[in-house]
Design a protein around this ligand. Structure first.
Ligand code: FES
Ligand code: CO
Length: 324
């Protein structure tokens, strides 16, 4: 049982795809925490199974869906939505053996995304308050693929001092790189980072640079929230990173904003894609790829208080996967 050492991630919810991509009759192959999964839908819900037939180990995602059963591509064994074998074509009168079942996992669909827990979920999927507020528009960005640890990607989302250098002209101004003190509060439930003042080149669309206040919340080890407000314009992000394996991950990002209703969604998404591509280039260059939790391993500055708190919190939770 390779996951006994990693209950934190094993017992948490992770995004494996968008609900709209999991169409009836379609089989999707995804990978989560080094486990290959097949996703499909029966008449009522999204299903996530180990992508392996218990007969001879063939990949079930190469099979097909027939009458609410998943039929293996190799010898045609059919499995019902609970993962139990209900048909053996070579022996039509034989009762399927009790061991002929596929390992199934819990799923939920929330925020237009399919979430899977490989173990026993110890918490629910985190709240995203702006999701239910009809005055906000919502834009689903991603999936964003990083060849790096999920924790490197999440820490980059919390990184305060990189804007003028990685996103100069878009989110930061190289002439204004100073970071004032900000507040960090950590508890076992997560981390809140408040009063982060970041100079933005043009926060209100007037062509004038000005400081903007950011707030971050780390809700789960790989789920975070960001919000900024300027003259009543609120912009929030709900970000989840899926740990594919120790050094590969996928970012999913919901944007909620109460302004710019007239701007086409494709334009907003293209802007976000550009920003994330700038981040990915840096994150993929970081070595080691796994996030070092030993605070002696890298140099820390005052502006890093958010990421230091994040590393300490992961250490307290006992995370071992994707970190060093
Ligand atoms: Fe799946 Fe034989 S391997 S039916
Ligand atoms: Co960035």
């Amino acid at each position: 049982m390779k996951f006994l050492a990693e209950p934190v991630l094993f017992n948490d919810w992770h995004v494996v795809g968008r609900s709209q991509d999991l169409k009836a009759g379609k089989l999707l192959s995804v990978r989560l925490l080094e486990e290959d999964l097949v996703l499909w839908r029966d008449d009522t819900q999204a299903l996530a199974w180990q992508n392996r037939c218990p007969h001879r180990g063939a990949r079930l995602s190469l099979g097909k869906i027939v009458d609410n059963t998943l039929v293996c591509p190799y010898h045609g064994l059919a499995y019902n939505s609970r993962g139990c074998c209900v048909k053996i074509p070579a022996h039509p009168t034989q009762l399927p053996p009790a061991q002929a079942y596929v390992q199934t996992y819990q799923t939920q669909e929330r925020y237009g995304l399919v979430w899977v827990c490989l173990g026993k979920p110890n918490r629910d999927i985190p709240d995203f308050a702006e999701w239910d507020d009809p005055t906000y528009r919502h834009i689903c960005c991603g999936p964003y693929h990083y060849r790096s640890s999920a924790f490197r990607a999440l820490e980059n989302f919390l990184d305060i001092a990189h804007f003028p250098f990685v996103h100069g002209g878009l989110l930061g101004d190289p002439e204004h790189p100073e970071i004032e003190d900000y507040q960090v509060e950590a508890s076992l439930n997560g981390i809140t980072i408040r009063n982060v003042r970041v100079w933005q080149p043009d926060p209100d669309g007037t062509g004038q640079g000005a400081p903007v206040t950011y707030e971050y919340k780390v809700l789960r080890p790989l789920t975070a929230y960001f919000c900024k407000e300027s003259n009543g314009r609120r912009f929030a992000i709900f970000f989840h990173v899926t740990p594919v394996d120790q050094v590969e991950c996928i970012g999913w990002m919901w944007i909620a904003m109460n302004y710019a209703y007239e701007v086409p969604e494709a334009e907003l998404r293209a802007h976000q894609d550009k920003l994330v591509a700038q981040d990915i280039a840096i994150v993929e260059s970081q070595r080691p790829q796994r996030l070092p939790l030993d605070l002696q391993a890298e140099v820390h500055l005052g502006s890093d208080r958010a990421s230091i708190a994040y590393r300490q919190w992961l250490f307290q939770l006992g995370v071992t996967f994707g970190v060093t």
